[in-house]
Each structure stands twice: as C-alpha cells, then as structure tokens.
Design a protein around this ligand. Structure first.
Ligand SMILES: [Cu+2]
Length: 336
C-alpha cells in the first residue's frame, strides 16, 4: 500500500475542519456529487430517485514487466512467451447504466449494470484482433448513513454485491477461450464494501473513499480474479452555481488470479501472459481531472453532466501486461 497516499489522507482529515461550512452536507450544488468516475459517493434524501449513464473508455498501449516498460522480445527472452502472441494495445469501452433510490434518509439503494466492448490487438500483424462485447456483472449496493456532522461533513458505509451476470466463456473465432482480460465478468459473487467520507465548505468540497472487491468463491471455470483494494481522494472547487472542477488521486491494487480456467492448456499459458494467472492484477496510482455541471433551473433542472480524464502516475503490473495510458469517463445523471 502506498505510504504517500495514507499521508495525504491523514493530512486531509486534519485539514477538514478548516474546509467547513455552517450547514449540513448538500447534494444541491455542482460538487455535491464526486468526480464522475467515483461510484456510490453520495446518498439521497428519502423518496428521491436518480438514474445515470456513464461512458468510460480505457486505452492501454505497450507492455509493462512489473513497473518497467518492456519490449515483446524482452518479455520473450525473460519469460519465454511467444513475442507475436503478446498484446500490443487494447481499448475497453464501457456503457454504465445506474439507478439510485433512497428508501429512507439513512439508506439509499443503488444498482448498476455495464455493457462492455473490448478490443485487443496482438504484436503479430497477422493475428486477428480479439473482440468481445456484452453485458457485465450486475452490482447491487446499499449506502448506509453513519454520521452527519457540523460543517458539511458526513460518512457513509457502502455494502454491495456483484452478481456473476457477465460472460466468462467468451471464445475466439477458432473456438479457443479468450484471455482473462477479455472476459466480460468475474464469474464469481463478489462482496463490495467501502467507506465514504465527504466534506463541504462554501466553495470547496472534498471526499475520500476506501473500499474493495472480495471474491466469495471460485467461478464455474475454475478460478477467481484477484481481490481488489481501492482508495480515492478528491477535492473540488465551485466556479459558479452550476460548474465545479475537480482533482482526484486514486490508488488501486488487485491480486494475481487464483486457480486457472479449465480450458487453458499449459502451452497457452507458456505462450501468452494473458493466460497466466501470475500475470494478472496490478497496482496503480492515477491522477484524475474533471468537471461537474449541474442544471439548476429551466427545462433541464435536476440534470447533471460531468467528465473526467485519468492517467496513471505510477503503475506496477504483476508480470507482463499492457500499460494503461488513460481513462475518460463522461456521465449524465438525473435526480428527482
Ligand atoms: Cu445519486
């Protein structure tokens, strides 16, 4: 775990009384929602509904071995992988549909379903690009209010479950199973706990979220993806009644894969890191910059538009993997 990150977190916790306003925390301002890449950041008032759509596109290019860049030939001489069978670049597009409903002031329910589009090109020019698309895992969460304090601060607990609705048996045209990174779901029931802290002053706000994804079993292909830990810290400034800008730092850590897909042979595993459980999972620290726009009146009252761009400031792959370049998230939210 990242020490610098914990230091920033504790500094912010100390500084938060200085970043306070007199009233209670409110969502009715542009920075009343976190940067758009953060999930389950805010709660609703009893009876409120919200629907949302996010488009996320993730671009990966080049190879990493641990935290250093490596060429296909380099990965070949170190691990014996077939240089032509190594990935070259990958784009992951995600359409994320969400709904929230507060059944009381203490409890907001949230559901989310993603549609994915993955494309991966290999080093060997004659190898056809791999493509998968379809629905991912359905996530259902409860956000429970833990404390509302003076000075616009509050804390809530996120408890979620991810259902294995996404495919884990996506195959290539020749019938071979796709690498782990091209599958649409985890195949497992996953537990998603998190704690979220929020604070507001008149013109500024901040938030922090610490959470994880814990795989509860093995999937019916014989493996489980690594457990994941994630911590985010963000700050935002209101530029006007409708517009806020934000900066976010995010650290995530995902373990290697446990077990092995039943159709992956030793030869596949030896040729390509995409089939090797030890070459899955990574640690990443990213910086995100974004804005939120909140329509306060007129025909679009209650609608929000937001965008965020994220890029890694450090990343370490378990073994050989594609290097993350950038992530864009564009979102629309409407609450009533
Ligand atoms: Cu909401």
């Amino acid at each position: 775990m990242n020490n610098i990150f914990l230091k920033i977190l504790s500094l912010l916790a100390l500084a938060c009384p200085a970043l306070a306003h007199d009233g209670n925390w409110t969502a009715a301002r542009p920075d009343g929602h976190a940067p758009i890449s953060v999930m389950g950041d805010h709660m609703h008032k009893m009876g409120e509904w919200m629907v949302s759509y996010r488009y996320m596109t993730m671009k990966m290019e080049g190879l990493l071995d641990g935290s250093s860049e490596v060429t296909a030939m380099g990965a070949n001489s170190k691990y014996g992988f077939n240089a032509m069978m190594l990935p070259k670049e990958m784009t992951m597009d995600m359409h994320m549909f969400g709904a929230m409903h507060a059944i009381s002031d203490q409890l907001t329910l949230m559901g989310m379903l993603n549609y994915l589009d993955n494309e991966m090109t290999m080093q060997g020019a004659s190898i056809a690009p791999m493509e998968t698309s379809g629905w991912g895992d359905f996530k259902l969460s409860g956000l429970y209010d833990l404390a509302r304090m003076e000075g616009g601060r509050r804390v809530h607990l996120n408890l979620g479950i991810s259902l294995p609705t996404g495919g884990v048996d996506e195959k290539k045209a020749d019938g071979t199973i796709m690498p782990y990174g091209m599958q649409l779901g985890s195949g497992t029931w996953d537990f998603l706990p998190a704690l979220t802290f929020l604070g507001q002053s008149d013109d500024y706000s901040w938030g922090a979220q610490v959470g994880g994804t814990l795989r509860l079993d093995d999937n019916d292909r014989g493996y489980s993806l690594g457990n994941r830990f994630e911590a985010s810290l963000w700050g935002a400034k209101n530029i006007s009644d409708s517009l806020s800008v934000s900066a976010k730092i995010d650290h995530s850590s995902q373990d290697e894969l446990d077990g092995q897909d039943k159709d992956v042979t030793m030869m596949m595993r030896n040729m390509s890191p995409g089939y090797d459980p030890n070459h899955q999972g990574n640690d990443r620290t990213s910086l995100g910059l974004g804005f939120n726009y909140y329509f306060r009146d007129g025909g679009l009252k209650g609608h929000r538009m937001a965008a965020e761009w994220e890029t890694p400031i450090s990343q370490k792959a378990n073994g050989v993997q594609l290097e993350l370049d950038s992530v864009w998230t564009l979102g629309w939210q409407y609450a009533w």
